[in-house]
Design a protein around this ligand. Structure first.
Ligand code: HEC
Length: 141
């Protein structure tokens, strides 16, 4: 039994090392049309949203370790697809307004930034003051 356990453990280690060689792309494409919002608004987005909703993702060390890396890369890709502050100024104003509404909704429901993210990035958690600043911006023009 001891021997079987040892072999299983060894196989797991080998598998863990093996998956490190599967390549995933952690790309930060160029920033072409970064959002033009008041500094106080933009700073909040930068500290709480940019890791998943911009092309300026700061990739943490654990984003280089499979299989966590796969989850993080997927999150960033999905996040950018829905909302990318680095390409905001390219959007038609209709789409911008739609996104503003969605930002309001996500913040009202306390769904963004996701809780698994704020565990690792406590300072990204939105404070009431910050929430109010974003709300004011989101309902403006
Ligand atoms: C850890 C990564 C991460 C962070 C940080 C993050 N988001 Fe997201 N966000 C996502 C992902 C992934 C999606 C894609 C929707 C989904 O699958 O849940 C998303 C979707 C959205 C959407 C679209 C929702 C919809 O219904 O289509 C909005 C709006 C949004 N996020 C706003 C924000 C705002 C505002 C912040 C900062 C206060 C933020 N997010 C921070 C990962 C993140």
């Amino acid at each position: 039994m001891k021997r079987v356990k040892r072999i299983i453990f060894l196989l797991l280690i080998i598998a863990f090392i093996g998956i490190q060689f599967i390549e995933v792309e952690r790309a930060n494409p160029p920033v072409t049309a970064d959002i033009n919002a008041p500094t106080e608004v933009k700073n909040i987005f930068k500290s709480s949203c940019y890791d998943c909703h911009s092309n300026e993702t700061v990739w943490p060390w654990y984003s280089k370790i499979a299989p966590i890396s796969w989850l993080i890369v997927k999150d960033v890709m999905d996040g950018r697809k829905d909302l990318n502050f680095s390409e905001w100024e390219k959007l038609y104003s209709d789409n911008r307004n739609k996104l503003k509404k969605e930002i309001l909704e996500q913040i009202n429901k306390d769904e963004m930034p996701p809780s698994f993210y704020t565990i690792m990035h406590p300072s990204a958690k939105l404070e009431l003051i910050q929430i109010n600043i974003i709300k004011k911006w989101a309902i403006s023009d």
